[in-house]
Design a protein around this ligand. Structure first.
Ligand code: C5P
Length: 300
């Protein structure tokens, strides 16, 4: 057995997020378009003593993260061990975070996806992507996409993935907010004030992605959770407008927020948008990223 496996995993942004009816478990039927971004976490998993699962975070927001057995990363490792009946399983996980915590970019799900890939390698399990996808879906709705990466439609809970044709590279500016938002709280706020929406993906968005038409992609982006996120964090409205005024081709709340994502038609334009956002008091930090990038992958 190799001693340590390092996996890089992307953040996601939703170019479209349509929110429909709830199922019997309270989960919403979604129609979404994900894109994986070059803002990544790095997860190192090493063999540990049997039955012992240790988790340490470094970097972005690490002080706020639980490191006990409730963490999705630990649950991912334990699920792999039990599903494949790994004898004497145990591991030490070190997660270097750059994806914002509670930011609407699936940081927790990304780390879980990375742990699935790392344990598969560490314990030489030979699980296929389809098997990891199925195990990932048990952990969280975003986990399967982060295994695949690229640009993809998500249906069901967001866990049924269909790759989407895109042309070119998309330049993103991400405005991180001072506080996080809880995903369940944003969905609850949506339920409180909105009716379920049709979950169709806008055809203009898919056509624009296929053509690599950044202006048309920017214009077609839609997020049904945006109003709920803005109600919970009203400064987001000014953040979105600021980025548009600085020349972004599109502005959107990322997933359940509060990170705002801005699409730019060139790296130079992205720099200008980033500069404008970085001086706004409602923005904690600004990150640049591009997409699409690949999903969780062993890098060492
Ligand atoms: O699947 P995950 O644990 O990431 O979802 C977090 C929360 O987001 C769920 O507990 C639920 O409140 C909400 N959610 C939802 N419908 C979905 C996905 C997530 O209501 N399709």
């Amino acid at each position: 057995m190799s001693n340590a496996v390092r996996v890089r995993v992307p953040a996601k942004v939703n170019l479209a997020l349509r929110v429909g009816e709830t199922d019997e478990h309270g989960y919403h039927r979604l129609g979404t378009v994900f894109q994986a971004l070059s803002l990544t976490d790095e997860v190192t998993v090493e063999a540990g003593r049997p039955g012992v699962y240790r988790l340490t975070f470094r970097g972005e927001g690490s002080a706020f993260l639980p490191t006990d057995d409730t963490n999705l990363a630990t649950r991912a490792a334990k699920l792999m061990a039990s599903r494949f009946e790994v004898e004497g399983a145990g591991c030490t996980m070190t997660i270097r975070k750059r994806i914002p915590v509670a930011g609407g970019m699936a940081g927790g799900s990304a780390d879980a996806a990375a742990v699935l890939v790392a344990c598969n390698e560490l314990w030489r399990l030979g699980a296929s992507l389809d098997e990891l996808h199925e195990i990932g879906a048990e952990l969280g709705a975003d986990v399967p996409f982060l295994l695949h990466g690229g640009t993809a439609i998500g249906t069901g809970r967001g866990d049924e993935i269909l790759p989407v044709m895109t042309r070119g590279t998309y330049h993103w500016v991400l405005a991180l907010s001072h506080g996080g938002l809880s995903t369940p709280a944003v969905f609850r706020e949506f339920d409180r004030v909105s009716e379920p929406r049709p979950t169709d993906i806008p055809v203009e968005l898919l056509a624009a992605l296929a053509e690599g038409d950044v202006a048309a992609v920017g214009a077609a982006m839609v997020n049904d959770l945006a109003d709920a996120a803005v109600r919970l964090q009203p400064t987001l409205e000014a953040t979105l407008q600021l980025g548009l005024d600085a020349g972004a081709a599109g502005a959107i709340v990322s997933g359940s927020g509060p990170t705002c994502a801005f699409l730019a038609d060139s790296p130079e334009r992205a720099e200008l948008v980033a500069e404008a956002l970085s001086v706004f008091s409602g923005v904690r930090a600004v990150r640049m990223a591009h997409g699409p990038v690949e999903g969780a992958k062993v890098v060492g």
